[in-house]
Ligand binder design. Structure first.
Ligand SMILES: NC(=O)C1=CN([C@@H]2O[C@H](COP(=O)(O)OP(=O)(O)OC[C@H]3O[C@@H](n4cnc5c(N)ncnc54)[C@H](OP(=O)(O)O)[C@@H]3O)[C@@H](O)[C@H]2O)[C@@H](O)CC1
Ligand SMILES: [K+]
Length: 462
């Protein structure tokens, strides 16, 4: 059964080998992959002609299977083959197709079977131009497995100019490039064809939508979770995070920051003095520190004090620039950090995970901090100690506005105060609430507008 696992090229090769060891042949796998891809292409072609560009490897082999299947269903199929097939399975697939390649074609659906997971370098200029011209000459573009010219594992785009596809049909399992920037921008809609690849416990996962619960019938504000948000110099960010947290499931949110009364919604409790007294409250279920904290020495001392309380904590924003290993010494409670790309780099410098690719960086940092790392951005990725990374499906690009990170931190902290799942599950709940709220908010929202959509987002996840 197709799963949401994301495999590296070497994991994919191992999976293919395991199937071959179990008695399959590469040709039967190619047949399955090609037939599955042909089904999708048949649907989107809706009777239009199909042009398939076939490369030298097994991605090209898939193309010949697709050509044969679609021609047998009565579609006009044109194959363009700048290379002759180099693998036994691709050669057999071309023979079974039995047609004559053409030099060029236009109109209908263009199918890219030039290169898949075996791409070893950027396309040369001639191939790049040919690929782009063919894509431009057709009404609809489909990439088989992955678009040609991208690195499957890193999501890097190796050529300056590549087509943007309407549909990408992943074969056997997702690759990181399907869900990682910048390659994911080329994919269009994504569909997965199952070819029998087994579930790999060491594989990364594409996040699945969590299911939240309503409060128990006898719930009260403390049983639902008391969250303290510790801010600092810039109270607006703390107010935003706390306002999100009030809608994320926690029963009670207290904000410690010098917020002006005019800035504070009436249902948010603001504490101005006595941080030690506030944090000594045994009813506190979780803490959020960082949004609006500042980076002064006072902020650093405040962060150290908060972390020293050893309560379940979310660290965001300024806290991520101030965080050092000694502040985490002896901590036993869950920690979740929510860095954007710049903060991830800052943490990498402090905790020694620079020069790695993004997946390794997130995993390494999770191990070093013994924390859940939510590397937020257009391709949000979550890491936890001893667990492969989890990648969020893309969210609204309108989230790229100031303050939405504070809202995310507030939501994750709220889920941490509710505390019904593992720290990784909790972080995912917050990310999904954020994603759903952004979807419901539509275009051009501000971070404050997002707050109004959190209750409906919650409703979607119940
Ligand atoms: N895994 C599975 O279970 C299944 C996988 N399947 C399919 O197989 C695909 C992977 O196939 P693959 O390994 O043959 O690699 P593929 O991408 O077709 O090309 C490699 C060839 O291209 C060449 N080459 C590379 N870069 C180049 C460049 N820039 N410019 C020019 N040439 C370049 C390279 O030769 P090189 O020049 O590097 O020696 C080699 O000849 C996978 O994506 C999926 O579609 C399914 O069929 C069934 C089940
Ligand atoms: K391809």
């Amino acid at each position: 059964m197709a799963s949401n696992q994301i495999l590296t090229v070497s994991q994919m090769q191992a999976a293919e080998q395991a199937l071959v060891d179990a008695g399959e042949t590469v040709s039967t796998l190619m047949e399955r992959a090609g037939a599955g891809a042909a089904d999708w292409i048949w649907r989107v072609a809706a009777g239009r002609a199909v042009t398939i560009l076939c490369g030298p490897g097994n991605n090209g082999g898939d193309g010949y299977v697709i050509a044969r299947v679609l021609a047998a269903r009565g579609l006009t199929v044109r194959v363009i083959a700048p290379f002759s097939p180099k693998t036994p399975a691709a050669r057999a697939a071309r023979e079974a197709w039995g047609g004559e390649p053409v030099e060029t074609a236009k109109g209908g659906v263009f199918v890219d079977c030039l290169f898949g997971s075996g791409l070893a370098r950027a396309l040369d200029q001639v191939l790049e131009t040919r690929l782009c011209e063919l894509a431009a000459a057709h009404d609809l573009c489909v990439a088989v497995d992955v678009p040609s010219g991208i690195d499957c594992d890193s999501g890097e785009v190796l050529n300056d100019t590549l087509p943007i596809y309407d549909l990408t049909i992943a074969l056997g399992a997702w690759k990181f490039a399907h869900w990682m920037m910048p390659a994911m921008q080329l994919m269009g809609e994504r569909r997965l064809v199952d070819i029998g690849v087994a579930f790999d416990w060491d594989a990364a996962q594409l996040a699945e939508r969590p299911v939240l619960s309503p409060p128990e019938a006898d719930a009260h504000k403390y049983s639902r979770g008391l969250l303290a948000v510790v801010g600092g110099e810039m109270p607006g960010a703390g107010v935003l995070a706390a306002s999100a947290a009030m809608r994320g499931g926690a029963g009670y949110v207290k904000l410690y920051a010098g917020a002006e009364p005019g800035l504070v919604p009436p249902d948010l409790v603001v504490v101005h003095d006595g941080l030690d007294e506030l944090l000594a409250d045994e009813r506190i279920a979780a803490l959020l520190v960082g949004p609006g904290l500042g980076r002064s020495e006072e902020a650093r001392a405040r962060l150290a004090f908060v972390l020293g309380c050893d309560l379940p904590t979310v660290c965001d924003a300024d806290a991520l620039h101030l965080l050092t290993a000694d502040m985490l010494e002896g901590r036993l409670s869950p920690l979740i950090v929510t860095p954007h790309a710049g903060e991830l780099d800052a943490l990498g410098h402090t905790f020694g995970s620079v020069g790695l690719d993004r997946v390794e960086q997130v995993s390494d940092l999770a191990e070093a901090l013994e924390a859940v790392v939510v590397a937020k951005g257009p391709d949000t990725m979550l890491g936890a100690p001893g667990t492969p990374v989890v990648v969020m499906p893309p969210a609204s690009a309108w989230l790229s506005t100031a303050g939405t990170g504070d809202v995310l931190a507030g939501l994750i902290a709220s889920r941490l105060a509710v505390g019904m799942d593992s720290p990784l599950g909790i972080a995912l709940e917050g990310c999904w609430l954020h994603r759903e709220a952004a979807r419901l908010a539509g275009p051009a929202f501000s971070a404050g507008d997002l707050l109004d959509h959190i209750p409906d987002a919650y409703g979607v996840l119940l």
